[in-house]
Design a protein around this ligand. Structure first.
Ligand code: HEC
Ligand code: HEC
Length: 676
């Protein structure tokens, strides 16, 4: 059962009834776990709130104790689930006997309708500050800014960040030259300009879309297969992947990007492209031989509703499938009103075989909108397809207080993408910030609800969201440029800067290795490629000879975004390096540190093979002189010259080891995978 995972299993272990009872440690968590779902901000059964000490008035103390002690099933609290343990009851009794003390500064949670992210986005004034850049004014205020990172480190950072590849030697030399000459004639402002030119250049390269599309694919649970037992391929689903890459490269305004994915087939100016975009709706995992077809149908709708809620609105609406959301002002009615929006969709298939939709003769992986009157949608009591509750019509969640223009997918899409929607712009601006800084201004990127974290810089977030809609007109390119020209982003990383040290994602590591070794195949778009998989990873499969047909070397050396993502068998190198979950929306990659990573990077077939190519390249381009080889390797992989110390160590290393081994070491340096 889905929900079990998420219920906080807070057991108040044998709190010593003898010691003084501590509200924060002993009482608050107990009330939160067992009472707040009915007596909190969302619901106030019996007109009672128990989610802050100040709200628990003297009048209710005795009644509260009576209720938790009661053996009368009509009276006892909580009315469902296990009774409180005698120890818990005793703890409550002692706390009340002591006068029910609580800390003065305890924050009383606001009413849901007052929650910050549900309020319209207003543009806060930029704080008065000596810093001209608005982001710096918000981040640094009166303080001086932190120093900027060294030019070569910053160049490497901006390349990895925007295109997921390293600057070539030519690009490094050009940058050094431009920043030097402009610095001489105009001072440090000109260095700014040199950076800005690099940023603009990178944002118009096709590699930008290939890098940033992958971030969006994480959010929309992209994969090339259906998962489950048979894990069959989704025919032509890669067209959706290519659509995302192209949308970014064209700088398609984000509001339009949203509308096309949800309802590109219902637009007046629909085209092949906008219909491919609706592949978004069909990316989910799917059981082609379900034991229970009606439940399966609602599982598919749930996949769409839950993903739409998280990806665009930052709402965990999926929790309201079986019961009203326990922690958010989202009801089952809200949930099924969204189900009603998508209910007319039909999955094109012939038995277990999936079909595509033919549009202008090319084939598109998407749903078909049923013709005629749309099917009726009811609230399903406890989420059960056989227990129909009230009938519902397409609608947006009531807490947001906006009605849909049209009761259709297009109506929903337009409402989500409207500049009046308080969530959409905040959510996307935060996602972009998160990718650049390693952590969002709101750290729970898929959850802007009451249970989400409080934003670290609420004013900045709102300023950015407002600016993004009203000045940048939803242009992601402009947003990147604004962020990357700030000192907050360009500064030296440190523990107290907003910038986090983060390991590069699997794709950027793999692509950078290929680029450094000289093997990267720049071929763009089209059907996915399959890198070789170690035999050991196939052993467990019954059809291990057929399950994975690797592409030829050249094809397999394309950028990682073109990798075939098979839900049941994710390429081990990518999986080990924390590829996104392929089943549900992934707001942020995990960064785990586990032994298999070291093995993959140090001993894996892929890295060994690339180290060979890298060594051959060094010999080819630097000749036989070891110093030149080492220097070239350092510049290619780390964008700097080796220090004299490093040079001496590498010379010593080469006394006993091959150049190929040295290359392997470089690809394993922290500096290679953790951009400065
Ligand atoms: C599943 C929902 C639910 C949970 C969980 C729950 N309650 Fe209640 N509670 C109610 C309802 C409904 C009422 C109003 C009906 C009634 O008085 O029985 C109520 C009433 C009360 C009242 C009486 C209020 C009054 O002014 O008369 C108290 C006291 C109370 N609950 C305490 C608690 C405590 C303490 C917990 C946790 C240990 C708890 N409740 C958990 C649903 C819940
Ligand atoms: C597939 C159905 C289903 C979904 C989806 C679901 N739940 Fe539940 N949940 C239940 C059932 C059944 C219960 C027990 C009966 C009840 O309280 O309604 C329950 C109970 C709960 C409780 C109450 C536990 C208690 O002791 O009172 C919480 C809290 C909860 N769910 C949270 C969530 C959250 C958060 C999500 C989304 C991440 C979620 N649920 C999604 C079925 C579901």
């Amino acid at each position: 059962m889905k929900c079990v995972l998420f219920i906080p299993c807070l057991t108040l272990a044998a709190t010593t009834a003898a010691g003084a009872v501590d509200y924060v440690k002993d009482i608050k968590p107990l009330l939160k776990e067992r009472c707040a779902s009915c007596h909190g901000t969302v619901k106030q059964k019996g007109d009672l709130r128990l989610d802050a000490g100040a709200l628990i008035s003297k009048d209710v103390h005795q009644e509260l104790l009576k209720r938790v002690k009661s053996h009368d099933e009509d009276e006892r609290m909580p009315p469902e689930g296990a009774r409180l343990t005698p120890m818990q009851v005793e703890t409550l009794r002692q706390w009340i006997a002591a006068g029910a003390p609580y800390p003065r500064d305890e924050v009383i949670p606001k009413k849901p309708s007052e929650h910050w992210s549900f309020q319209p986005v207003k543009r806060p004034a930029v704080p008065k500050s000596a810093h001209a850049h608005p982001i710096d004014a918000f981040v640094f205020g009166d303080k001086t800014t932190a120093p900027r990172a060294a030019p070569n480190a910053l160049l490497r950072r901006v390349f990895l960040d925007l295109i997921g590849l390293l600057p070539t030697l030519d690009e490094q030399a050009r940058f050094a030259h431009d920043s030097h000459s402009s610095h001489q004639s105009h001072g440090s402002d000109a260095t700014n300009e040199t950076y800005a030119t690099v940023i603009d250049d990178l944002l118009t390269r096709p590699e930008y879309g290939e890098r940033w599309a992958r971030h969006w694919l994480d959010v929309v649970r992209y994969a090339d297969t259906n998962g489950y037992e048979r894990d069959a391929e989704k025919p032509f689903v890669w067209r959706y992947r290519d659509y995302v890459i192209e949308a970014l490269n064209k700088d398609k305004p984000f509001d339009r990007f949203v509308i096309e994915q949800i309802a590109g087939d219902e637009l007046q100016d629909k085209s092949l492209e906008t219909q491919i975009a609706t592949g978004f709706l069909r990316l989910g995992h799917w059981d082609d031989e379900p034991a229970d077809p009606p439940t399966d149908r609602y599982d598919q709708l749930d996949d769409i509703v839950s993903t739409t809620g998280q990806a665009f609105l930052g709402l965990t609406i999926g929790c309201a499938r079986c019961h009203d959301h326990k922690f958010e002002p989202l009801s089952q009615r809200d949930y099924y009103s969204l189900v009603a929006v998508f209910n007319p969709l039909e999955r094109p298939r012939q038995g277990r075989t999936e079909l595509t939709v033919k549009i202008d003769n090319t084939e598109v992986y998407t749903w078909k909108q049923a013709e005629g009157t749309p099917p009726l949608t009811h609230v399903l009591l406890r989420g059960s397809p056989s227990r129909l509750g009230d009938r519902v019509e397409p609608a947006s969640p009531a807490i947001l207080n906006e009605t849909l223009g049209q009761k259709s997918r297009l109506g929903l899409a337009q409402w989500i993408a409207s500049e009046k929607n308080p969530l959409t712009a905040r959510v996307i601006v935060n996602r972009v910030w998160q990718q650049h800084f390693g952590q969002g201004l709101e750290s729970t990127a898929n959850d802007f609800g009451l249970m989400g974290a409080a934003p670290s810089h609420p004013q900045l977030l709102d300023w950015l969201a407002h600016w993004f809609v009203h000045e940048a007109k939803w242009s992601l390119r402009k947003l990147h440029r604004l962020i990357l020209t700030s000192r907050a982003w360009q500064q030296v990383k440190s523990d107290d800067s907003l910038l986090r040290y983060r390991r590069l994602e699997a794709e950027a590591i793999r692509d950078s290795i290929l680029a450094v070794s000289g093997q990267l195949n720049p071929k763009r778009f089209g059907p996915a490629m399959r890198p070789a998989i170690p035999a050991a990873a196939l052993e467990a499969n019954t059809d291990k000879d057929k399950i994975w047909k690797p592409s030829d070397k050249r094809e397999a050396s394309r950028r990682s975004i073109y990798t075939f993502i098979k839900r049941g068998l994710v390429v081990p190198m990518l999986e080990t390096l924390d590829l996104a979950d392929t089943v549900s929306s992934c707001p942020q990659r995990q960064v785990t540190t586990v032994a298999p990573q070291a093995l993959t990077l140090f001993n894996g077939d892929f890295v060994n093979e690339q180290a060979k190519h890298f060594a051959a390249r060094l010999k080819r381009e630097a000749g036989d002189d070891a110093t030149k080889q080492i220097s070239l390797a350092w510049r290619l992989a780390l964008c700097r010259e080796p220090s004299s110390d490093e040079l001496a160590k590498m010379h010593a290393f080469l006394q006993n080891e091959s150049l190929e081994q040295l290359c392997r070491v470089i690809l394993n340096l922290n500096e290679f995978v953790y951009p400065e």
